[in-house]
Design a protein around this ligand. Structure first.
Ligand SMILES: Cc1ncc(COP(=O)(O)O)c(C=O)c1O
Length: 449
């Protein structure tokens, strides 16, 4: 382990949590002894969780105004421009550009920092597939750094060995809205002359050392897709501190038109249509205050769960860097079967779901799923990269030990669970504790995942 990584681990705190004591949670003996629902017992939680997204009747007036105005596209300024100003202000960014999705925000930002066909971009492997796809859209190679299983984010110490003379940029991801350790990422970029785009698509209002995620690299990208904390069905944004870079993004997302200080090579330069509509702008504007209030609630709930779940053998909360705060698009913990008499993570998840607690394993080692075999076999990539480079790229997946451990350990609850009241959060803890107490019986039942 490198010095910087060691220092990071020492300095890190458990996302606002007490350190695991190994002691049993405060759980009534009767509840711990109760038969798990998957073995025919009564589920810990019934009645479900908050539906998502939510809509308020008081938002309808503003939406109707847009419908009746006939000014539906971004050119009208209106709600899209207002949202851009509001989002930049909230993020502490100098500018914000709204886009049609998080994916198109990433494609745009990568173009603007100069990612081109035949380049390489180093990316966190533990992410939604769109992070890889945005790089592939430029016919560039997404080179996978490793994951730190204690943070679920990119292990900064794994970046340097992945740099080649084709590397153009780094694409760290703040996964689940947990800030990744950006200082060492930016330091590598500075010393090796690389550009940095943040995938903050799950990290609205997350903070790293007092600054908002999405303002720590050169450009930061957000998603407002249906499941997100501030959803518009689809939608995205790019934030930046350098207005000229954001002008370039604006141009690229608007068919390559000249924008602000960016004149391109005449009236049009290369670009696409990645614009947001006014309907989406209105929906986003209405939800800003709600996002701020709900983020506080999610943080409080996550700290509460961290403190209690850390007492259960086999469950470890996730670390965030010091002086940093996550926003929990999902609430993850690490599950180790050794604390559960060898009960597999997937059977544990099934048993947890049977208790009425929604949870999933989220991302797997998706680079083995065929996407990169297709890339390597494609005419375009074969023209752009030497065969030995593509072979070494494929072989490098076997080195991703931290990511393999991460994919095998994560158990994550949806963000809506964090919006529930205290008694419901206590039932979440109770379900984990019950399954731990009953893990020998669950193993003996030989359940299939
Ligand atoms: C980490 C990450 N990156 C990129 C994206 C892409 O965003 P969108 O779905 O808005 O295109 C998402 C969306 O789920 C995401 O979670």
């Amino acid at each position: 382990m490198s010095t910087s990584r060691r220092q990071f681990l020492t300095r890190s705190t458990l996302a606002g949590a007490a350190v695991a004591t190994g002691a049993a949670p405060a759980l009534g003996a009767t509840s711990a002894a109760a038969k798990p629902a998957i073995l025919g017992g009564k589920p810990v939680h019934t009645g479900g969780w908050q539906a998502w997204p939510t809509w308020k009747a008081e938002w309808e007036g503003e939406m109707l105004k847009v419908c009746r105005s006939g000014k539906w596209n971004q050119a009208a300024g209106g709600a899209v421009a207002d949202f851009q100003r509001r989002w930049a202000e909230l993020m502490g960014a100098s500018r914000c550009l709204a886009t049609s999705s998080g994916t198109t925000a990433l494609i745009t930002a990568l173009h603007v920092v100069g990612v081109d066909a035949g380049d390489e971009v180093i990316v966190s492997p533990y992410t939604f597939i769109a992070s890889y796809n945005a790089i592939l859209a430029h016919k560039a190679l997404p080179v996978l750094a490793d994951t730190d299983p204690t943070t679920l984010n990119i292990d900064p110490a794994s970046i340097a060995s992945r740099i080649t003379d084709r590397t153009r940029a780094l694409l760290p991801v703040h996964i689940f809205g947990l800030p990744c350790d950006m200082d060492p990422v930016n330091a590598v970029a500075r010393t090796r002359g690389l550009r940095v785009v943040e995938d903050a698509c799950q990290a609205w209002l997350a903070e790293y050392k007092g600054r908002k995620c999405g303002t720590l690299g050169e450009l930061g990208c957000f998603s407002f897709q249906q499941s997100k904390h501030i959803p518009a069905g689809e939608g995205g944004a790019i934030t930046g501190m350098d207005g000229d870079l954001v002008d370039r993004c604006d141009s690229y997302h608007n068919c390559g038109r000249s924008v602000g200080n960016f004149k391109g090579s005449g009236f049009f330069t290369r670009g696409s249509n990645f614009r947001l509509t006014q309907f989406q702008g209105v929906v986003l504007l209405q939800q800003v205050d709600k996002l701020v209030a709900e983020t506080a609630r999610r943080r409080e709930a996550a700290a509460y769960l961290n403190e209690r779940l850390a007492r259960i053998p086999g469950i470890t909360p996730v670390r965030v860097p010091e002086n940093s705060r996550g926003v929990y698009h999902l609430y993850p913990v690490r599950y180790e079967a050794t604390g559960f008499n060898g009960l597999s993570r997937d059977v544990f998840l099934k048993a947890l779901n049977a208790e009425g607690i929604p949870a999933s394993s989220v991302y797997k080692e998706q680079y083995f799923d065929g996407i990169f075999d297709e890339v390597i076999a494609s005419r375009g990539f074969q023209r752009l990269f030497p065969a030995e480079r593509l072979k070494a790229f494929r072989a490098s997946f076997a080195e991703l030990k931290g990511n393999r451990a991460t994919c095998a350990q994560v158990v994550a609850l949806p963000q809506t669970v964090l919006l529930a009241d205290r008694p419901a959060l206590d039932r979440v803890v109770e379900a984990f504790a019950r399954l731990q107490a009953q893990s020998a019986a669950l193993v003996a039942a030989k359940l299939k995942a």
